[in-house]
Write a protein that binds this ligand. Structure first.
Ligand code: ADP
Length: 473
């Protein structure tokens, strides 16, 4: 539960931090105030000792303690002393006492005796028989000899009261402040995290069936809106790939169903009506043709599925691209014979070009394009195959025809699986609609680039760039 709620975690951390900060601040103020109050007391004690000593006793050069006492007593009436004053003889005996606001005997501690011997004053806080007191013990010297010991003492009860009050107030106020701020922290965390709750709820409602739904996005460019926008664009991509998968499965079944229906129909007719062995043979031959089409589709689909999974197995070797293009050219000429197409090969390079790659796949890709060029060019048209070398160690192969061309609206889709510009016509020509999808996959597997430009009625040019050093990465 604790680790599940960010809101609780945020509030707890906030609470703990707040408590630590408040405790540190309170402690600091407590120590600072108690030091300050003591300093104040000490200043008062020093002032009293100084007026007692300098103001009267010293100026009048009194050497006998009794005399000093009576003068001091008289003097004390004119002074506003709240502290008690005690005069001791050098041997430590009390000579006289003048009581301040509170009556108590000022003790003469061992520490004080030691300090007197060294000749330095001492401040100390000591318990007396009635109260706790702050005491200043100060030696007074005459002609280099210890003449008196002045002791001034004042009750620290007031200071203790003030500090007690502060402690009680802090102990009461601090938890209250923490409680109040934690409650507001809890509410604030709730408000801040509210969009996340909304996003989660909406995202939960979006299933594969409702991928067209989107998270609400407001105009603010804050973190949550950015998150929503990111999820929305991810949903967009998901929706698109779901659509493609659906279409692909539909297309694949459709493509396989057509030859299957033909095989089924012809077999049924033959079983029922065929009279001679010759008729049966014709049916079997026609069935074989359809089976071949199905086999091609299944093989093509398998290659594409492998390339999707990044498993297109390439058998990389160094081979002569110039020789391969010669072979393609020869093959194209044979194909072109029927409709009297002209085929030209232009190797715009100074020497033989060698490349690293899968020779069979590169052959397959170029043959696919050349095949299309012949298929979609009316009789007597021309097909041009060229090769040149680019500066960045890449071979550029272009295959152009002056055939039917491809309309702009179809151009972005021709590399999609089963996409055909004119489905009915193409099937007659033996196309499966997978050729260019395979071309694209082979080029990608070789880290190459593939572009197409076309103009309706004028022709089409495919340009393939392949790195000579083979697939990268
Ligand atoms: P198919 O097996 O139908 O030829 P492809 O994937 O090879 O499938 O090509 C996809 C579509 O692109 C074809 O149906 C065709 O309409 C179009 N196409 C491909 N090459 C050319 C070309 N050289 N000229 C005109 N159209 C072409």
């Amino acid at each position: 539960m604790f680790s599940r709620s960010v809101r609780l975690r945020m509030t707890t951390w906030y609470c703990l931090t707040l408590a630590a900060v408040l405790a540190a601040v309170s402690l600091f103020w407590y120590v600072a105030l108690s030091n300050n109050l003591l300093l104040h007391l000490d200043e008062g004690l020093q002032e009293t000792a100084r007026t007692a000593e300098l103001g009267h006793v010293y100026e009048q050069q009194i050497l006998v303690p009794e005399q000093a006492c009576s003068i001091l007593e008289l003097y004390s009436y004119t002074q506003d002393w709240s502290a008690s004053l005690q005069l001791r003889a050098p041997n430590g005996d009390v000579a006289c006492q003048i009581m301040g606001d509170v009556t108590f005997n000022i003790p003469y501690s061992a520490d004080a005796r030691r300090q007197v011997r060294i000749g330095t004053p001492l401040f100390e806080t000591l318990p007396t028989e009635t109260i706790e007191a702050r005491i200043l013990t100060e030696p007074v010297f005459r002609d280099g000899r210890l003449a008196w010991i002045i002791q001034v003492g004042i009750s620290v009860e007031q200071v203790n009261h003030t500090l007690d009050d502060l402690r009680t107030t802090s102990l009461f106020i601090t938890p209250l402040v923490i409680l109040l701020l934690s409650a507001s922290g809890w509410l604030l965390a709730g408000r801040v995290l509210n969009p996340v709750v909304n996003i989660t709820e909406t995202a939960q409602r979006i299933t594969a069936e409702k991928l067209n739904r989107r998270l609400p996005v407001s105009a603010h460019d804050d973190e949550f809106n950015r998150l929503s926008r990111t999820i929305n664009s991810m949903l967009g991509r998901l929706e698109e790939s779901f659509r493609r998968i659906r279409q692909f499965s539909g297309d694949a079944s459709h493509e396989l169903r057509t030859p299957l229906a033909i095989i089924k129909g012809e077999t049924e007719v033959a079983l029922r009506w065929a009279k001679s062995e010759e008729e049966l043979r014709q049916t079997l031959e026609s069935n074989l043709e359809e089976i071949n089409i199905m086999e091609r589709i299944v093989t093509d689909l398998l290659s594409l599925a492998r390339s999707d999974a990044g498993e297109m197995r390439l058998n990389i070797n160094e081979f002569s691209l110039s020789d391969l293009l010669q072979d393609i050219y020869m093959h194209a000429r044979t194909l072109a014979e029927r409709d009297k197409h002209e085929v030209h090969l232009h190797l715009l390079v100074d020497s033989e070009i060698r490349i690293h790659g899968d020779q069979i796949q590169v052959y397959r890709l170029l043959l696919n394009i050349v095949n299309n060029a012949i298929k979609y060019t009316p009789a007597g048209g021309a097909i041009d195959i060229t090769m040149q070398l680019r500066h960045n160690n890449r071979a550029l192969i272009t295959i152009s025809d002056n055939g039917v061309g491809i309309d702009e609206e179809h151009l972005p889709h021709i590399f999609e699986r089963f996409y055909r510009v004119d489905a009915s016509r193409n099937r007659d020509q033996g196309g499966t609609g997978l050729g260019l999808a395979i071309v694209k996959a082979i080029v990608a597997a070789h880290s190459g680039e593939l572009t197409v430009t076309s103009s309706i009625g004028k022709g089409t040019t495919f340009a393939i760039t392949l790195p000579l050093e083979g697939p990268q990465g």
